[in-house]
Design a protein around this ligand. Sequence first.
Ligand SMILES: NC(=O)c1ccc[n+]([C@@H]2O[C@H](COP(=O)([O-])OP(=O)(O)OC[C@H]3O[C@@H](n4cnc5c(N)ncnc54)[C@H](OP(=O)(O)O)[C@@H]3O)[C@@H](O)[C@H]2O)c1
Length: 290
Amino acid sequence: MPSSRTTPALARVLLVGAGRVGTAVTSLLASRGLETVAVASRSEASSAAAARFLGAPVARLDDLPEADLVIIGATDAGIAPLAAKVASSPSATARVVHLSGASGTECLDAVTRSGGIAWALHPVQACPDVDTAVRRLPGSVWGVTVTADPEGAERLVVHELGGRPVTVPEEARPLWHAASVMTSNGISALLAFGEELLGSIGIDDPSVVLGPLAAGTVANAREGGGGAATLTGPIARGEAGTIQRHLGALSGSPDLAERYKGVAMAILAAADRSGKLDASARRSIEDLLR
Ligand SMILES: NC(=O)c1ccc[n+]([C@@H]2O[C@H](COP(=O)([O-])OP(=O)(O)OC[C@H]3O[C@@H](n4cnc5c(N)ncnc54)[C@H](OP(=O)(O)O)[C@@H]3O)[C@@H](O)[C@H]2O)c1
């Protein structure tokens, strides 16, 4: 049962560029009582899949209907071309949202010129598919960069999407996004690396071994003041001998050894930030890694 309207001006939603996150966002808005007037995407397959998911009609990109809120769900290269379509449609003066982290409102310039309002709203969440996105987006933080009506954007994030808005200056968007990429994709890549190491010694189901460790590490960081503050392990303890044994075991696999050293350098930087490592232990470990 949708609760009472908190954003009365934004009753009609148009999804343009029907990717995973855009479809999920539109679905969450629909669950709050906003009407999905249509879905339009470059490919027929994406339009049809999103229209089915949302129970909404398909529109052509060259014949977009009028809406109060347009969600552009395309990846970075697609945002400006789709914004140009919106700017020459009956939705030209709507609030127009894109979901990219790296871009601010500049890629929506066509919309701003046509009298619309550009909102760059980036959900800080990992969304591998629509259903997962629908489950994970509520409670997430959203990076917000707007050309006008910041209160409206905040209301949308808080009341309609159950999110937590953080204002991000236009010029800070690339580093804002880099932080998300390093964290989310970095965790996935580190898990893949750990799985490869366990696979190399014949462990059958490496993700079962490492999953609880990864979950515990993330929980520690969330509860204990962040990654540097809760760093554990031989590098934080200054155990150069242990690092030397790891490198010795990897000496037959130059590729794995190189990747180990790259990750270990990042751990060393985190240990520096934590203030846990004394200078001479740091030097010994750095000498091994260089
Ligand atoms: N996935 C995540 O975890 C996540 C998290 C936070 C933010 N985001 C942001 O959300 C946005 C969408 O990501 P996504 O993962 O939902 O992407 P996606 O599922 O891969 O969908 C992207 C959509 O963009 C459209 N598109 C791509 N290039 C286009 C172009 N040149 N012209 C027109 N349309 C184009 C495609 O439409 P057709 O299929 O019709 O070709 C596709 O449906 C991105 O900006 C991304 O940075 C994603």
